[in-house]
Design a protein around this ligand. Structure first.
Ligand SMILES: Cc1cc2nc3c(=O)[nH]c(=O)nc-3n(C[C@H](O)[C@H](O)[C@H](O)COP(=O)(O)O)c2cc1C
Ligand code: SF4
Length: 508
């Protein structure tokens, strides 16, 4: 051993000894007190665990929230590459809960249509013709400026909706001219008075912009129902703080409930007021369904007031978020299938279905998801995380830290350079177009030229090892107006909940 190496070894040994002594006496990490120095290996493994899981352990079909097959499909469609796969399905087609679509022995030619649907009930004077597949609400703040710009550009090129999210209507949403849903959460950002109420003048100024096609009042979101929007302070830059009018030294937490209304009837009247202030544009609500009676209370208020939201977007409990407590993500709210069917049944049975467009969000990533949700009662679909993937998200799940490795969910100017708007904008458009095309192709294979031709017989669900049923047979679908004049056949639990529903209280 040379003198130099001996000296280096001595320095290293000295450094390790100092670290070991510091580890032994420090009070915070038990593992280091018992395993000085060596304990750091555990921290390292914990840190790279998600990457090891994703790159080496996860199979094509079991990654969560989106499996590798789905992610690859999105990336390939976004890049305009061939998205076909070889050799047959890897899924367990017999797994309980697995859902399939029913093909026809008389398939039709895929219709030359992009499946648009008109949103706007009888009180709306400026209905909007919407794509069936759109960008779900995600705020500037949760997303980087470049991610918002790329989505806005994609939506403008592909003529579909870009939902602003509750963080306000910003210059990034206006940059490329995409049609917008302006979302108002309980913080009313971009139309907020100093004491947190809705500023009517500011509302009119934004709602009457030509680019704003629809307005959405956010009641709740599947990943965190019951709490308002949360933006961690790590992501509150001077610009975000200016847009929202909030301080930078603490998380930005919107109130759980809207200060402008507290009962179903007040909500319906608020919708009417916003529709009038906007000049007759469609005004809707977004919610994750919880208690069925509460939703029926809203229906009762609509029946009694003779008006209501033009659209209702149902977000499934499986939905995503930029930041929310684990317990809220895991244990609150109805998943999309149950939420959608509840809303569909409630609107049909109270005679309101014809005046409301039903939206759906929650892991809608491919054409089959669109068709499945159409069958379950939705008219219009929204995607958030799949659109993030189209602009480069790799599902690293660090959106709340401000350290998104690909610049999608961060305010760090260096990191967000990774999102090249000229490249990623067209990706969003290509992903949208290919997915809608696939939905049309699937419907054609099912013998349907349009969503109007879909029936509940065309979806099947696995109920047990030897049992599958159509949606028509597996679920009880209420008939038009059934709750208004129940018969002995009407399910007793629905009748009970309808009787309990009070237009003047959300409390059950
Ligand atoms: C980063 C991020 C930010 C979001 N911000 C909002 C928001 O501001 N308002 C809202 O209503 N939903 C918000 N959501 C929920 C989505 O709009 C959507 O309802 C949910 O993620 C389900 O869709 P997905 O499965 O396609 O992601 C956000 C989701 C993500 C991932
Ligand atoms: S890459 Fe990770 S941190 Fe960035 S947006 Fe996707 S999930 Fe969030």
């Amino acid at each position: 051993m040379t003198k130099k190496t001996t000296r280096a070894a001595a320095v290293l040994a000295g450094a390790l000894t100092s670290v070991a002594v510091a580890d032994l006496v420090q009070p915070r990490h038990s593992i280091l007190r018992n395993y000085p120095v060596a304990g750091y290996a555990r921290f390292l493994m914990e840190k790279i665990r998600p990457e090891i899981q994703q790159y080496f352990i996860e199979r094509n079909f079991d990654g969560e929230p989106f499996d590798r097959n789905t992610r690859t499909m999105i990336y390939r469609r976004a890049k305009g590459k061939d998205d076909h796969v070889a050799f047959g399905t890897e899924r367990d087609l017999g797994a309980v809960g697995y859902e399939t679509l029913v093909q026809s022995l008389a398939p039709v030619q895929p219709a030359d249509t992009d499946l648009r649907v008109t949103v706007g009930g009888p009180d709306c004077t400026r209905p909007y013709s919407a794509s069936r597949f759109n960008i779900s609400a995600m705020s500037f703040g949760a997303l980087s400026a470049n991610a918002v710009l790329a989505m806005n550009r994609g939506a403008a090129e592909g003529h579909f909706l870009h939902d602003t999210g509750e963080g306000g209507l910003t210059r990034y949403h206006l940059r490329y001219g995409a049609d917008l849903i302006w979302e108002l959460g309980s913080g009313y950002f971009s139309a907020r008075t100093a004491d947190g109420r809705l500023d009517r003048e500011k509302f009119v100024a934004n709602a009457t912009r030509g680019q704003v096609k629809m307005i959405e009042i956010k009641l709740s979101q599947g990943a965190k129902p019951g709490i308002g929007g949360v933006l961690p302070k790590e992501k509150i830059t001077a610009e975000v703080s200016g847009i929202r009018g909030v301080p930078r030294d603490r998380d930005c937490v919107s109130p759980s409930a809207h200060p402008e209304f507290s009962t179903p009837r007040e909500l319906v009247r608020f919708v009417t007021e916003l529709r009038e202030l906007s000049g007759g544009k469609p005004v809707g609500i977004k919610l994750c369904v919880g208690d069925r009676t509460q939703f029926l209370a809203l229906c009762r208020a609509m029946v009694e007031e003779g008006t209501g939201p033009d659209f209702i977007t149902v977000d499934g409990a499986e939905g995503g978020t930029g930041s929310a407590p684990l317990e809220f993500q895991d244990r609150l709210g109805m998943r999309l299938t149950e939420g959608l069917m509840t809303v569909e049944n409630a609107l049909v049975a109270t005679g309101l279905r014809d005046r409301v467009t039903v939206g759906a969000s929650g892991k809608i990533a491919g054409g089959a998801d669109i068709v499945r949700r159409l069958l379950q009662g939705a008219d219009i679909m929204f995607a958030a995380r799949p659109m993030m993937m189209a602009v480069g998200c790799i599902q690293a799940q660090k959106c709340n830290t401000g350290r998104c490795p690909v610049g999608v969910a961060t305010q760090d100017p260096v990191r967000q350079r990774a999102v090249d708007v000229d490249d990623k904008g067209p990706r969003v458009r290509r992903y949208h177009d290919a997915t809608v095309k696939e939905a049309v192709a699937l419907m054609a294979a099912m013998g349907a030229s349009s969503p109007a031709e879909l029936t509940h017989d065309m979806g099947r669900i696995v109920l047990g090892p030897d049992e599958t049923r159509s949606y028509a047979d597996a679920y009880r679908w209420l008939t038009p107006g059934e709750l208004l004049e129940p018969s002995t056949d009407t399910p007793a639990d629905w009748v009970r909940d309808w009787e309990r529903a009070d237009a003047d209280s959300f409390r059950v």
